[in-house]
Design a binder for this molecule. Structure first.
Ligand code: SAH
Length: 207
């Protein structure tokens, strides 16, 4: 199943003119396929919100596996491509133009995201994690290698727990003119995080 999804995702269009200040990079199709097939096995693919969806690969990959998918991004140009990508595959997915910090959703969902790593703008990934802690039951999120301690601590603080960490190396396609090689291997960590049910005042309650 993973290979088939990967081959479908290979056909998607990427950013036309990527914006460095938004840290726009497309998630490689094998990593997107890896995450959604795992999420499917965990039963986490009902309502999926892709925060910072860019050209839509994670939202579309989730929708291929049956999720009701919503992609959120501030960049309307990227969203136009995301909509085109979904249409080309005949996939239903919803795309919303909005800053992640202002996004609201009524039902608790699964967030699947590849947030900015915070290289251009320090802590840019925090807004994404905070929003995910607000709206999600389960979170799949991609970070640069070495983020584990920070992500675990931040999750605990928000009454969430990291259940899985996958350490992978992914090929990053040349996106900006300062990239010297067509591909660069980068080490990433992918986390599965879930909301804890906390005991308070003798009663089990959801945080
Ligand atoms: N999820 C896509 C793109 C990842 S790049 C993929 O996996 O291929 C990060 C994305 O976050 C970019 O598309 C960028 O426009 C978006 N972004 C950055 N800051 C944002 C913010 N504050 N609100 C919404 N989107 C944001």
């Amino acid at each position: 199943m993973k290979k088939e999804i990967e081959m479908i995702l290979e056909k998607l269009e990427g950013f036309q003119s990527p914006k460095l200040y938004l840290e726009q990079y497309v998630t490689p199709s094998n990593l997107a396929a890896f995450i959604v097939t795992n999420a499917k096995l965990f039963g986490d693919l009902e309502i999926v919100v892709d925060l910072g969806c860019g050209t839509g690969i994670l939202a579309i990959a989730s929708a291929i596996l049956g999720a009701f998918a919503i992609g959120v991004d501030v960049d309307v140009e990227a969203l136009r491509i995301a909509r085109r990508n979904a249409k080309k595959l005949g996939i239903e997915a919803n795309f919303v133009a909005c800053d992640v910090k202002d996004f609201k959703v009524k039902k608790r969902c699964t967030v699947i995201m590849n947030p900015p790593f915070g290289i251009q703008k320090r802590h840019a990934d925090r807004v994404f994690l905070e929003k995910a802690f607000e709206i999600a039951e389960k979170i799949y999120t991609i970070h640069s290698a070495g983020s584990e301690e920070f992500v675990r601590r931040y999750a605990e603080k928000n009454c969430f727990a990291v259940t899985h960490v996958w350490r992978l190396t992914i090929p990053l396609r040349k996106t900006y003119s300062f990239h010297e090689k067509p591909f660069k291997e980068i080490a990433v960590e992918v986390f599965r995080i879930e909301r804890k049910s906390c005991v308070s005042g003798g009663q089990d309650r959801k945080c």
